[in-house]
Write a new protein. Structure first.
Length: 231
């Protein structure tokens, strides 16, 4: 069994993270704060430089370019990085599927309405996957934010369970439900007395300006405590 390393929500703090060794490295989204070309390029350079033989990335709600101009965003990724968006790949005998979608929250990237819109995305997931990577958890499983995870049934885990589900959102840890191993990959990977887990008003203003340059109207309320770094 290959050793799998999971992380997410690194928000431009990439170079400050000590990543454990492993065979398959998974990033479950929010590699950037606002997903500009430069931020994605910087993430790609760092992620590709890591020694893990296999690297898999799924975009998050802050990785805007992957929704606004998917081809352009993909072109910025190093060939060593496998990008999954409603798609799958088999690595070392494990079938891995990735999806970036989450319930609507302040109209960030890859937001969909709860119910039918979300259910249609989950219906695309094959029955025979081993690892599912999403940028949002099922409601009530390692999901500790006021904006709860998705409610739609991700098929019946008793019928065709993935062996491993990798998610983000506030909260952390691992758990087993219906013989599925869940891992919340957002965790305090970085410690800093300067408090990089929050953003100053100046940093928020810079992010709003960066979003405006790509035609996205943002407000201060959109930047919550889940952000980790400035532009």
């Amino acid at each position: 069994m290959p050793r799998i390393v999971c992380l997410s929500d690194t928000h431009n703090c990439n170079e400050r993270i000590e990543v454990p060794d492993g065979d398959i490295l998974i990033h479950a989204g929010d590699a950037t704060t606002v997903g500009t070309h430069e931020q994605i390029r910087r993430f790609s350079d760092w992620f590709a430089s890591l020694p893990h033989p296999h690297k898999v990335f799924v975009a998050g709600n802050h990785d805007w370019l992957f929704e606004k101009d998917n081809d352009s965003a993909r072109s910025l990724l190093d060939p060593a990085i496998v990008y999954l968006q409603d798609s799958a790949i088999e690595i070392d005998g494990l079938k891995i599927y990735g999806s970036p979608w989450q319930p609507r929250f302040f109209d960030w990237a890859f937001n969909l309405n709860r119910g039918q819109e979300m259910a249609e995305k989950w219906a695309m997931i094959p029955d025979d996957i081993d690892i599912l990577i999403t940028h949002g958890p099922p409601n009530g499983i390692l999901d500790l934010v006021p904006r709860k995870g998705w409610d739609e049934n991700l098929k019946d885990p008793n019928v065709y369970p993935p062996k491993f589900a990798d998610t983000w959102f506030k909260g952390t840890g691992r758990t087993v439900e219906n013989e599925i191993y869940f891992n919340n990959a957002q965790r305090p990977l970085i410690e800093s007395p300067a408090g990089i887990f929050s953003m100053t008003d100046e940093a928020i203003a810079k992010n709003i300006e960066a979003l405006a340059q790509v035609g996205i109207k943002a407000t201060k309320d959109m930047f919550d405590s889940s952000l980790l770094a400035e532009v």
